[in-house]
Design a protein around this ligand. Structure first.
Ligand code: ADP
Ligand code: NI
Length: 218
């Protein structure tokens, strides 16, 4: 009863807060991550309420849009959760989840280590939304937003970027597949997450083959 109320209130809060968010991190990204997380959680021994609340709040305040402040997301989530009377322990767990998931690419990450099964489920759920058909759509949407070219055969992918180079990169969007998207499958932590990633991964591979075929006029 209580839990259902928490979820409903959190959905309303997140929808409201993300009203003006950019396309890649809007309410519907959160919604998909929430659904992925529920699917994965069904086959894991986890606290479902923590998974759902964490998934719903994971992008509540992206550091990219708050002058790089990594602390704001966890702080906003904490204030909100305590406000709707979620227990302190659970609130702190969710805060930790959000803090750790926000080291998004893990490039040169030096986060103090926090780990939990609930974090693994949400991390997998978030990564799944970056691959497959949705991932392709998000990548080209982001590339368009940054005015990047689709593909340039003369610009090879760079697999050894530092965090700074990655942030500044103006490479064509196709490169992002090799620099990030095709690497996510091997980072999945849960069994169900791995299975879901397989399917989405092979869809991206097929997509790329078709892309190059069409590029060459076939
Ligand atoms: P996260 O989803 O972990 O918050 P980002 O904010 O970096 O990661 O990315 C949001 C979406 O935009 C993701 O789907 C990601 O793949 C895509 N994206 C990020 N960087 C690039 C890029 N250089 N080229 C194309 N798509 C990108
Ligand atoms: Ni996300």
């Amino acid at each position: 009863m209580e839990a259902k109320n928490w979820i409903e209130k959190t959905v309303a809060f997140v929808k409201e807060t993300l009203q003006n968010a950019e396309g890649g991190h809007d309410w519907w990204h959160t919604y998909r991550v929430w659904q992925n997380a529920r699917t994965i959680a069904a086959t894991e021994q986890v606290d479902l309420i923590t998974v759902e609340l964490g998934a719903l709040l994971h992008d509540i305040a992206d550091a990219k849009f708050h002058n790089g402040d990594e602390g704001i997301g966890p702080a906003v989530a904490r204030a909100f959760l305590l406000g709707i009377l979620v227990e302190k322990d659970r609130t702190e767990h969710i805060e930790n989840i959000i803090r750790n998931i926000s080291f998004r690419t893990n490039i040169g990450s030096n986060s103090e280590k926090f780990d939990s099964k609930e974090l693994a489920v949400i991390q997998d759920a978030d990564r799944l939304d970056a691959i497959g058909a949705i991932g392709i759509a998000r990548a080209f949407n982001y590339g368009g937003f940054k005015n990047r070219s689709l593909y340039d055969p003369n610009v090879p992918a760079n697999l050894n970027m530092t965090k700074e180079e990655y942030a500044k990169s103006s490479a064509p969007t196709i490169n992002h597949f090799y620099e990030k998207l095709l690497l996510l499958k091997s980072k999945m932590k849960t069994e169900t997450g791995k299975k879901m990633a397989e399917d989405r991964h092979s869809f991206m591979e097929k997509y790329l083959l078709q892309f190059y075929k069409e590029w060459g006029g076939h």
